[in-house]
Design a protein around this ligand. Structure first.
Ligand SMILES: [Zn+2]
Length: 88
C-alpha cells in the first residue's frame, strides 16, 4: 500500500512538472534598447539579475502592476523555475 501511494504521488508530481514546463516555452530576444528579454505566452520578461549561473527574469509589468510572474534560467537558457501566472 505504501509503495503504490508513493508511486502515485511521483506520477502526479511528474505530470505537474511536465505541464509547468509546457507553458514555459520561452524565446530569448533583444529589446529595442539592446537588453535581453524573454518572450513567453505573449508576455515579456525583463532580465532582473543574475547570481552565479542563475538568471532571474521578471514580468515587464512587475514594477507598474506588481505582476509576480518570474522565470529562473541558467546561462544556457534552461528553465529551472517558471511561475507563469500573471495578474493582467
Ligand atoms: Zn505579467
Amino acid at each position: 500500500m505504501t509503495t503504490s501511494k508513493k508511486g502515485r504521488r511521483l506520477l502526479l508530481l511528474l505530470g505537474y512538472r511536465f505541464n509547468k514546463q509546457k507553458v514555459c516555452d520561452i524565446t530569448l530576444t533583444t529589446s529595442k534598447r539592446g537588453y535581453p528579454i524573454i518572450l513567453m505566452s505573449g508576455y515579456r520578461l525583463n532580465k532582473h539579475k543574475s547570481r552565479g549561473a542563475k538568471i532571474y527574469w521578471k514580468c515587464s509589468t512587475h514594477l507598474k502592476q506588481g505582476c509576480r510572474a518570474v522565470i529562473h534560467t541558467l546561462e544556457d537558457m534552461t528553465v529551472i523555475k517558471c511561475n507563469n501566472v500573471h495578474n493582467h
